[in-house]
Design a protein around this ligand. Structure first.
Ligand code: S3P
Length: 461
C-alpha cells in the first residue's frame, strides 16, 4: 500500500494535495510610475531560521521584522507542535521560548508544510538528530519536490525515512539519538541541504562538517554563531568548509530581520521598467550570497543606487534608489546563479523588455523549485508576447528594446503552478504590458509576500 494511504488520515490527504483556497485569478494592467519610499517584508530565509533557532534556545528570543507569510507560519506551527512557544505580540514582535537543543517533543500530528521547501528541508535536519518521529505533508507543489537531497546525508547520520515514490512528500522521518557526525560534500549547490546537515549537527556529539564547492546563502552560519554555536568556517582547495561542534547550547537573541532582497527584486525591476519611476526601497538585505540580481541589472544599464549602507541583525543592508532605465541584454555568468537563484523569474521579465538578447545557463535547479521555473516562465512570457527559447539549463530571451509586451490574449491566463515567484514576476510583466497580463491564481503570493499587491498599487498611486 502506498505510504500516503497508510499514514495519512482523510483530512490530512485533503490538505496535502493543494492549497485549500479556491484560485484568485487577476489581470495586472499598465500602471503609472513607481515613486516615493516603500518597505518590503522581512527576509524569508532569515525568518525561518530565527524561529527554528529561537525554538532551540532556552529562554526568550525576540524577533522584529519577521515575515508573516504562509511559509514562515508553517515553520512557526511546526516548532509549536514540537514544544516551543512561538507567539506574536500586539507590537508585531514575535516571542519564542525554546525547549533547548535535544529536547524537541514528538509532534502528535503530521507537520503540514504547505508550499515551503525551506521549512521542510531545514526541519528534517533538526528532527533527524532527535529521538522523535515526524510525518511531513505539503501542497501539490511541495509534494513534487525532491527530498532525496536531504534524505541522503540525514540517513548517513542514522535517521531513517519512508518517503513517497521518487523521494517526495508525504514522508515519515524517524530521528536518531545519538546521531553520527558526518562530513558531507554537497552534490548540489543548496543552502537548504547545507542547513539541514548543520542543524542536524547541533544535537550530534562531535563535529559535523559540510563541504560546499559553490558558496550558497550563509544565513544559517551567521545565525548559528549569533546564537552561540561553535562554528569553524574555512576554505580548502577553493571549497568552503563549515564545521559545527555538536551538543551546542544556544542563547536566546534579539533579532531584527532585514527586508527580503528576493521580494525587493520585483519592485526593483518594476521601477526600472516603468517610465518616470524613481523609487526608494528601504532596508533591503544585501548579503553578498543573495544580492547578485542587483549587479546583473546594473550590468544591463539599470540605475540602482545603494543609500545608507549599514548592518541590521548581522546582515548588510541598504536603501535602494531605483530609477527608470533603458536596459540592454546580457550573458549572465552561471557562477552567480546561487547568489540570485530565486530572482531569475523576474530577471527574465527585465530581459524581455531589454534591448537585444539575454542568455542564461546553469539553471537546472530552477526546474525543481516551487514549479519548473524555466518551463513556467518560458510559457508565461511567450503567452504575453515575448520571444523566448528554452534550453535544458536556461532561457534565451530576445528583448523588445523597451516596447511594451502585447500582454496575454483575451481569455488566456498565465499558469502560475502554485509558485509565488511566477505570479509576482508576471504581475510585473503585466504592469508594463499593452493590454495586461492575466494570472490564473494570485493566492500563492501569500507564501512569501502577502502585501505585494497592495504595495504595488500604492507605489504608483
Ligand atoms: C533557501 C535556499 C534556496 C532558495 C529558497 C530558500 C534557504 O534553495 O531557493 O527559496 O532559505 O535556505 P536551495 O538552497 O535549495 O537552492
Amino acid at each position: 500500500m502506498p505510504l500516503s494511504k497508510r499514514l495519512l488520515h482523510q483530512d490530512q490527504i485533503g490538505r496535502a494535495l493543494s492549497h485549500s483556497n479556491p484560485p484568485s485569478p487577476k489581470r495586472f494592467v499598465k500602471q503609472g510610475a513607481l515613486t516615493g519610499r516603500i518597505r518590503v517584508p522581512g527576509d524569508k530565509s532569515i525568518s525561518h531560521r530565527s524561529i527554528m533557532l529561537g525554538a532551540l534556545a532556552v529562554g526568550e528570543t525576540r524577533v522584529t521584522g519577521l515575515l508573516e507569510g504562509e511559509d514562515v507560519l508553517a515553520t512557526a506551527a511546526a516548532m509549536r507542535a514540537m514544544g516551543a512557544s512561538v507567539e506574536r505580540g500586539a507590537d508585531a514582535t514575535w516571542r519564542i521560548n525554546g525547549v533547548g537543543v535535544g529536547a524537541l517533543l514528538q509532534p502528535d500530528a503530521a507537520l503540514e508544510m504547505g508550499n515551503s521547501g525551506t521549512s521542510t528541508r531545514l526541519l528534517m535536519g533538526l528532527i533527524a538528530s532527535h529521538p522523535i518521529t515526524a510525518m511531513f505533508t505539503g501542497d501539490a507543489s511541495l509534494s513534487k519536490r525532491p527530498m532525496g537531497r536531504v534524505i541522503d546525508p540525514l540517513s548517513q547520520i542514522g535517521a531513517s525515512f519512508e518517503a513517497s515514490s521518487g523521494g517526495t512528500l508525504p514522508l515519515m522521518l524517524r530521528g536518531i539519538s545519538p546521531a553520527v557526525p558526518i562530513t558531507y560534500r554537497l552534490p548540489v549547490a543548496s543552502a537548504q541541504v547545507k542547513s539541514a546537515v548543520l542543524l542536524a549537527g547541533l544535537n550530534t556529539a562531535g563535529i559535523t562538517t559540510v563541504i560546499e564547492p559553490v558558496p550558497t546563502r550563509d544565513h544559517s552560519e551567521r545565525m548559528l554563531r549569533g546564537f552561540g554555536a561553535k562554528l569553524d568556517v574555512g576554505e580548502e582547495n577553493g571549497e568552503r568548509v563549515i564545521a559545527i561542534h555538536g551538543e551546542a547550547e544556544l542563547q536566546p537573541q534579539d533579532i531584527v530581520v532585514p527586508g527580503d532582497p528576493s521580494s525587493a527584486a520585483f519592485f526593483v525591476v518594476a521601477a526600472l521598467l516603468v517610465e518616470g519611476s524613481d523609487l526608494v526601497i528601504e532596508n533591503v538585505g544585501l548579503n553578498p550570497t543573495r544580492a547578485a540580481l542587483f549587479d546583473v541589472l546594473r550590468d544591463m544599464g539599470g540605475q540602482i543606487e545603494e543609500l545608507d549602507r549599514r548592518e541590521v541583525g548581522g546582515e548588510p543592508v541598504a536603501d535602494l534608489r531605483v530609477r527608470h532605465s533603458a536596459l540592454i541584454g546580457v550573458e549572465v555568468d552561471p557562477a552567480v546563479v546561487p547568489a540570485m537563484v530565486d530572482e531569475f523569474p523576474v530577471l527574465f521579465v527585465a530581459a524581455a523588455l531589454a534591448e537585444g538578447t539575454t542568455t542564461t545557463t546553469g539553471l537546472e535547479e530552477l526546474r525543481v523549485k516551487e514549479s519548473d521555473r524555466l518551463a513556467a516562465m518560458a510559457a508565461a512570457l511567450k503567452l504575453a508576447g515575448a520571444r523566448v527559447e528554452e534550453q535544458e539549463d536556461g532561457l534565451t530571451i530576445h528583448g523588445t528594446g523597451g516596447t511594451p509586451l502585447p500582454g496575454t490574449p483575451e481569455g488566456a491566463e498565465v499558469t502560475t503552478h502554485l509558485d509565488h515567484r511566477i505570479a509576482m514576476a508576471m504581475a510585473v510583466a503585466g504592469i508594463v504590458s499593452r493590454d495586461g497580463v492575466a494570472l490564473d491564481d494570485t493566492g500563492p503570493i501569500a507564501t512569501s509576500f502577502p502585501t505585494f499587491e497592495r504595495l504595488l498599487e500604492s507605489a504608483s498611486a
